[in-house]
Ligand binder design. Structure first.
Ligand SMILES: [Zn+2]
Length: 194
C-alpha cells in the first residue's frame, strides 16, 4: 500500500438521484483496491440501510456502520475509525448541528486520513443543508453531480418534494425515494414562496 502522505476531504454533492452514493462507493473501491483499510458511516436516520456492510457494484465488501447524528458523533466516529486509513460518510446532510460533523471529519483529515463524504447540498426549499455547507467550505476537493430533470430531461440541480402530483414544502427532513421526491432543473422547479 502506498503511504498516505497527506489527508484529504473530498465532498460529493448535488441533488437527490444524482448518483452521489454510487460515486462515493466507486471512490472507496479505488482505495480498497489500493490496499487501504476503508470504513463507511451511514446516518442512523436512514433506515433504508441496516446491514453491517455494503457491497459495491464490483462486488467488493465494505464494512458499514450506522452512526449517531447528534452530540455523540465525534466519540463514535473516532472510536470506530481507529485503524482505518479511509473513511466514507454517506448522506451527511442528515447529521445535525450538534454533531459538528464538519469538525469531526476535518480533525480526521489532519490525522492523515482520506475522508470521502456524500451530501445533498440543498433542501426542497432550495436552501442549504447546514452540515453540507460547512463541509463544502472545508473540502479539499468537491465533486458536484447533477441528476436528470423528471419533467424535461435537462440537467437537474434541485430536488422537488411531491405529493399527489403537487409540489409540497412540508417536513424538509423526510427520508424517502422517488415516491416523495423528484429531480428538477431550474426551469421546472417550483420555488418555495415565503
Ligand atoms: Zn426541467
Amino acid at each position: 500500500m502506498r503511504k498516505i502522505d497527506t489527508g484529504k476531504l473530498v465532498v460529493i454533492t448535488g441533488p437527490m438521484f444524482s448518483g452521489k452514493t454510487s460515486r462515493l462507493l466507486e471512490l472507496l473501491e479505488r482505495e480498497l483496491r489500493a490496499g487501504r483499510k476503508t470504513i463507511l458511516f451511514k446516518p442512523e436516520i436512514d433506515k433504508r440501510y441496516s446491514k453491517a456492510h455494503v457491497v459495491t457494484n464490483k462486488g467488493i465488501m465494505l464494512p458499514a456502520v450506522i452512526s449517531p447524528i447528534g452530540s455523540k458523533t465525534k466519540k463514535f466516529i473516532f472510536e470506530k475509525s481507529k485503524g482505518f486509513d479511509v473513511i466514507g460518510v454517506d448522506e451527511a446532510q442528515f447529521w445535525n448541528s450538534k454533531s459538528n460533523l464538519h469538525k469531526v471529519l476535518d480533525d480526521l483529515v489532519f490525522l492523515k486520513k482520506l475522508v470521502y463524504v456524500s451530501a445533498i447540498n440543498k433542501n426542497i426549499k432550495n436552501e442549504a443543508f447546514e452540515t453540507t455547507s460547512k463541509l463544502l467550505i472545508r473540502a479539499d476537493e468537491i465533486h458536484t453531480l447533477t441528476s436528470v430533470c423528471a419533467k424535461c430531461g435537462n440537467d437537474a440541480t434541485l430536488t422537488q418534494k411531491i405529493r399527489d402530483n403537487k409540489e409540497v414544502f412540508n417536513k424538509v427532513i423526510d427520508v424517502g425515494g422517488n415516491d416523495k421526491y423528484e429531480p428538477r432543473c431550474r426551469n421546472c422547479y417550483v420555488p418555495y414562496k415565503r
